[in-house]
Design a protein around this ligand. Structure first.
Ligand code: NAD
Length: 282
């Protein structure tokens, strides 16, 4: 029987633990603060940013939001990041992606000081992750590992297949899974015979952004499926996996919504508190 991984409930428990931690910090006069920058009016980003601000409010993290004009210059964006880098009261900085095409997102991530880079996109944090050193791990991969651990799903020695090679999900996941001794395969849009790889997966993680793309015939019995996809369809939000068909064969599966999404936000909150403690408890 398939067990559904309840990301919503796991995330709620993490938020409760973090709330208690923030209360302890406040007794010491320390108040964590997250600054979020959003450029333009991307509809999905607005929802994600709203979820992040709600989580901050619930946990007791101070929250500042900067919504910049679509046509802002790179120089002005870097100036804002620099200002936030230098603000003593700001512990954590997040630049919501995507940003408009005329801006260089890599340069912007590089500008965020590694100590406040709670999304783990600064090259210093990316490099440290690949060296298995303490760092900020980007929130979606971090949340996925946490979910596997909470459900006591073994990672070591397993064939972990990732579909999707984005900088925010697929690539950091390679390192997270390697650091836990999985045998990792990464597939992408140019991969030939995808099914050959998916059929071989003990743990299959899908992050491609194509509704119900992974079907029952593509997976083996007892696979663990982590569905990262968030696709808005006429029938509401669906993942990259055809949940109905595939769930008949799996041992564990995440639902969409209520799987990876809430864990991503919870791990962001975790990283904000980590940044605060690193900066203010030393
Ligand atoms: P992206 O859109 O940047 O890239 C998609 C990746 O999928 C690319 O690497 C591409 O090579 C690969 N791909 C596309 N079609 C493919 C195919 N037919 N076969 C194999 N590979 C294919 O990816 P992203 O930003 O990582 O987002 C992927 C999905 O995950 C989206 O639906 C996004 O909304 C969702 N997402 C969810 C969370 C969350 O917290 N739940 C976080 C980030 C992204």
């Amino acid at each position: 029987m398939a067990e559904i991984i309840d990301g919503k409930n796991l995330a709620k428990n993490i938020r409760l633990e973090l709330t208690a931690e923030v209360q302890e910090l406040k007794k010491k006069g320390i108040i964590p603060k997250l600054a979020v920058i959003m450029v333009g009016e991307d509809k999905a980003s607005k929802v994600y940013v709203k979820n992040k601000s709600k989580a901050c409010e619930e946990i007791g993290i101070e929250y500042e939001e900067y919504i910049l004009e679509e046509n802002i210059s790179m120089e002005s964006l870097l100036e804002l990041i620099d200002k936030l880098n230098n603000r003593e009261d700001v512990d954590a900085i997040l630049l919501q992606s995507p940003i408009p095409k005329h801006l260089d997102i890599n340069l912007a991530f590089q500008k965020i000081t590694p100590e406040k880079d709670v999304d783990g996109f600064n090259p210093i944090n990316v490099g440290k992750l690949s060296l298995n050193q303490d760092c900020f791990v980007s929130c979606t991969p971090y949340g996925i590992i946490k979910m596997l651990d909470q459900y006591k799903i073994e990672i070591e020695g397993k064939n972990a297949v990732i579909i999707g090679r984005s900088n925010i999900v697929g690539k950091p996941l390679i390192q997270c899974l390697l650091n836990r001794n999985a045998t990792v395969t990464i597939c992408h849009s140019k991969t030939k015979n995808l099914k050959e790889y998916t059929k071989n997966a003990d743990i299959l993680i899908v992050a491609i952004g194509k509704p119900k793309y992974i079907t029952e015939d593509m997976v083996k019995d007892n696979v663990v499926i982590i569905d990262v996809g968030i696709n808005r369809t006429d029938n509401g939000l669906v993942g990259d996996v055809d949940f109905e068909g595939v769930s008949k064969k799996v041992s564990y599966i995440t639902p969409v919504p209520g799987g990876v999404g809430p864990m991503t936000v919870a791990m962001l909150m975790n990283n904000v508190i980590k940044a605060t403690k690193n900066r203010k408890l030393k």
